[in-house]
Design a protein around this ligand. Structure first.
Ligand code: DX5
Ligand code: ZN
Length: 216
C-alpha cells in the first residue's frame, strides 16, 4: 500500500480557509492534518474547536487532529464530537497514556501518540498494541516551516522494527520539515503517513507538490 499524505492546514491561508480545504479535497492528499496548540505545551497558539468545526463542514477526507496541549484528557470527547477521525496526543503531556489511548478508541477514533524529537521510540514499548498511529516529530513542535531533524530516519527504522517484532501494524507518521526531497527516504525507512505544511501550501503549485510527495 502506498503511503498517505496529510497536508497541515497550519500553513493554509486562514483568510481563504474554505478555498484551501477544497484544494485538499480535490488533491491527491489523503487526510487533513490539524494542529491544535495551547501556548503551554508548545510556545505558540494555533486554533481550536470553532475552527475545526468549520473545517469539518467542508472536509471530505479524514481529520487527523494533532493535540499539542497539556492534559488532553479534558477534551477527548469534544474532539470526537467535532468529527476527528484520528486523535493524537503527546506522550510528554500524558501521565496515564494507556488510559488516554483507550479513551480515544472508546470514543470511536483512531488513537495516536506523538513523540518530541528528544523522546526515544522505546518509551512506547508497553503500548504498542494500544495505538493506531505514532507521530514522530521531526521538528520541535510549535511552528511550521522548520528544518527537518535528520536523526528521525533512525527513529523510524527502530520503531518499524519494534512494530514488526510485536506483530502489530500501526501508522508511522512524520511531522515537520517534510519535503519532496526527504519523502522517499522516510517511506523507505518505514514511515507511511507524511505530514506537510509549508512544502505544500508555500509551493508555487500546491496540487503538484502534493502529488510529488504522494508519489515519492
Ligand atoms: C508543528 C506541527 C506541524 C507543522 C508542519 O508543530 O505539528 O504539523 O504544521 O509544518 P511544516 O511542514 O511546515 O514543517
Ligand atoms: Zn502536526
Amino acid at each position: 500500500m502506498s503511503h498517505l499524505v496529510a497536508p497541515s492546514l497550519l500553513a493554509a491561508d486562514f483568510a481563504n480557509l474554505q478555498r484551501d480545504i477544497e484544494f485538499v479535497n480535490e488533491s491527491d492528499a489523503d487526510w487533513f492534518h490539524l494542529d491544535v496548540m495551547d501556548g503551554v505545551f508548545v510556545p505558540n497558539i494555533s486554533f481550536g474547536m470553532p475552527v475545526i468545526k468549520a473545517i469539518a463542514q467542508h472536509a471530505k477526507k479524514p481529520l487527523d487532529v494533532h493535540l499539542m496541549i497539556v492534559d488532553p484528557d479534558r477534551f477527548l470527547e469534544a474532539f470526537a464530537k467535532l468529527g476527528s477521525n484520528i486523535l493524537t496526543v503527546h506522550i510528554e503531556a500524558c501521565t496515564h497514556l494507556h488510559r488516554t489511548l483507550a479513551a480515544i478508541r472508546s470514543l470511536g477514533m483512531k488513537a495516536g501518540v506523538a513523540l518530541n524529537p528528544h523522546t526515544p521510540v522505546e518509551s512506547l514499548s508497553e503500548v504498542l498494541h494500544d495505538l493506531d498511529l505514532v507521530c514522530l516529530m521531526s521538528v520541535n513542535p510549535g511552528f511550521g516551516g522548520q528544518t527537518f531533524i535528520e536523526r528521525t530516519y533512525e527513529k523510524v527504522r527502530t520503531l518499524r522494527a519494534m512494530a514488526n517484532k510485536a506483530g502489530v501494524n500501526f501508522h508511522i507518521e512524520i511531522d515537520g520539515g517534510v519535503t519532496a526531497s526527504n519523502a522517499t527516504a522516510l517511506v523507505e525507512a518505514g514511515a507511511d503517513v507524511l505530514v506537510a505544511g509549508s512544502s505544500i501550501f508555500r509551493a508555487a503549485n500546491p496540487s503538484e507538490a502534493t502529488t510529488t510527495i504522494k508519489n515519492a
